[in-house]
Design a protein around this ligand. Structure first.
Ligand code: ASP
Length: 411
């Protein structure tokens, strides 16, 4: 059932984005003072993320019914993530080869790369294990690391199914818990228009307003154009996939716009997750698909980030006057996909994992310094694409399940 004030809230959010942009653009630095309104909204959203992921994933496994069905959800989900992320990187590579945004860019414009980014070098096997299976679940949750929480919730859900009758009250508990969290999400949505106004105006104010922004963007103007055009193209490709596979279309997109615009304002897929969940639910996507595909997607499925990393790395190569061979671009293809999977759903995480891609093709990390000034802006566009990719994924996986005659209750 669509939420009854959904349309009004969507209009409110659109006005919030536009008004925030105008206020921040004209007002400049002093407008940063309104950022706290956005912080209240964002904190409230983020507060819901941990309990939501836990309850949603556990009840997602439960609504899958039997374990085989749950395995099918997992299989389709991973296949969808890989195929669409691959398409995104491919689009990024084609765009950056066509436009050549880095050719002739002045390296003098590069700022120093902070240790938080350069430190992303050399992630080994132990880092990977700890990212997925850390010894302390609470500590991971405290740092909003969602992957361990998802792994735990998946295993716990399977265990509940295996336990059978004695586990029933716990299963009911988590199902009810999930419903209550979703109710909180709906209440919180009423705050979205104002919160988003605060976020957009505050961030533009922090950037120094419209004139300062134009200056920052024009230094790497073609890079910005290439990335935004690539993201727009991929957004469209995802829409076509949605249409072809599920027969859904504009109605699905319009319902998802609240989440997509919130992603634009927050630059965080994880923070946006509650709204993504609500939109997909209003679109009547089956419970097991949405409850598993979306939390996992918010942390590993990042089409926008993958596309961005491919563009950014080739931009840096071009700025240094280096021509990457086809084989090297193949390496970029693979590592950008991995780097996007590894990036957390938080602001500017893609910049940190980009170090992996640069290292793989032997490019200097200092190149990132060229892109720092505009990363906060491009982050918003890639996050919006990431969230749209997750939403399309839920519908696609749900469709595959239904075609197979799998049980997918609406929940
Ligand atoms: N901010 C992005 C997200 O949350 C990740 C990134 O590309 O930096 O999806």
């Amino acid at each position: 059932m669509p939420h009854k004030h959904a349309v009004a809230i969507l209009f409110g959010i659109i006005i919030g984005v536009l008004a925030g942009a105008v206020i921040g653009w004209i007002g400049g630095t002093p407008v940063h003072a309104v950022a706290w309104i956005g912080t209240v909204f964002l904190n409230a959203l983020q507060m819901l993320v941990i309990p939501l992921v836990l309850a949603a994933v556990i009840s997602g496994v439960l609504s899958a019914g039997d374990i085989r069905h749950f395995g099918t959800v997992g299989g389709w989900t991973v296949a969808y993530y890989l195929v669409t992320t691959g398409i995104a990187v491919f689009i990024g590579l084609v765009m950056v080869n066509l436009v050549q945004p880095g050719v002739g860019v002045d390296m003098a414009g590069a700022t120093e790369v902070p240790e938080t980014i350069a430190g992303g070098e050399g992630a080994g096997a132990t880092d990977f294990i700890n990212a997925v299976l850390p010894p302390n679940l609470v500590a991971a949750a405290a740092e909003t690391k969602l992957l361990p929480l998802i792994v735990f919730a998946l295993a716990f859900g399977v265990a509940l199914v295996a336990v059978g009758e004695p586990g029933r009250p716990v299963a009911q508990f988590f199902t009810g818990f999930n419903e209550a969290i979703m109710k909180l999400v709906i209440w919180l949505m009423y705050m979205a228009p104002l919160g988003i106004l605060g976020l957009v105006a505050g961030r533009l104010g922090e950037a120094g307003g419209g004139d300062a922004l134009i200056q920052q963007v024009s230094a790497v103007g073609w890079h910005v154009v290439t990335v935004v055009a690539g993201l727009a193209l991929h957004f469209l490709v995802l829409f076509v996939i949605l249409r072809l596979v599920t027969g859904r279309g504009l109605q699905y997109l319009v319902t998802m716009l609240r989440a997509v615009l919130t992603a634009l304002a927050t630059a965080s897929s994880s923070g946006t997750l509650p709204l993504t969940m609500e939109g997909v639910r209003e679109n009547r996507v089956g419970a097991s698909a949405r409850r598993i595909v979306l939390p996992l997607g918010a942390t590993v499925n990042m089409d926008g980030t993958a596309l961005y990393e491919a563009c950014a790395v080739l931009f840096i190569a071009q700025a240094y006057g280096l021509d990457l061979t086809l084989a090297q671009q193949g390496i970029v293809f693979v590592t950008a996909t991995l780097a996007a999977i590894g990036a957390a759903g938080i602001p500017e995480a893609g910049l940190v994992t980009m170090v992996i891609v640069l290292n793989a093709v032997g490019l200097p990390l200092e190149g990132i310094g060229l892109l720092l000034a505009v990363d906060w802006l491009l982050d918003r566009f890639r996050t919006a694409t990431n969230v749209w990719g997750d939403a399309v994924g839920a519908a696609v996986v749900d469709n595959f399940l239904q075609r197979q005659g799998g049980k997918a209750p609406l929940g």
